[in-house]
Design a protein around this ligand. Sequence first.
Ligand SMILES: Cc1cc2nc3c(=O)[nH]c(=O)nc-3n(C[C@H](O)[C@H](O)[C@H](O)COP(=O)(O)O)c2cc1C
Length: 186
Amino acid sequence: MKTLIIAGHPDLQKSRINSIWTEALRQQKDITVHVLSEVYPDGKMDVAKEQALLDAHDRIILQYPLYWYATPPLLKQWMDEVFEYGWAFGPGGEHLKGKEFGIAISTVGSAAAYQPGGSNLFTVREVLKPMEAVANYVGAHYLPPFAFHSANHVTEEEISAGKDAYLGHLAKVRSVKTPEPVTMIR
Ligand SMILES: Cc1cc2nc3c(=O)[nH]c(=O)nc-3n(C[C@H](O)[C@H](O)[C@H](O)COP(=O)(O)O)c2cc1C
């Protein structure tokens, strides 16, 4: 199983969580880490190169800090440009079919805030429904997402534990009928 991490953080120099994740993942066997802000600082994407990268992997993980309940703009642009008609969907568009498709997010909101009745109104699974729909649309198998909460309020120890939990999640996560998220930290 070859895993491709598409890291959508806009600036890893200013990151506490996604930078640690990216660094740890780079040491792992069978994982390719692709940091969009480093590969495309000018935002001009090589679509054919991105598609070839996706073709070469069985599992795609989009990793990003949650921004307004969505992805940072560079990652949205990547999806808009790379998941093309005739490639990801439509006639001949079967390149993502059968691949595993997963999400790993960090949020400033706490785990409690992402519970039913919590201050963010929706659960992580609900917030990520558009991603679940994308996976369905392109024929990929949606994985239970990983979420690390309270990102701006955690200690170094909690960040390290979160990183270990994320690596453990990637090692054991499987596609299931009800992809409930795995959440980490209060
Ligand atoms: C523009 C912007 C929008 C954000 N929107 C959300 C949000 O909708 N929900 C949330 O829980 N956190 C939100 N945050 C907080 C980030 O998710 C948080 O700072 C990030 O996950 C921390 O990860 P990092 O240390 O890798 O940057 C937002 C932050 C920014 C800058």
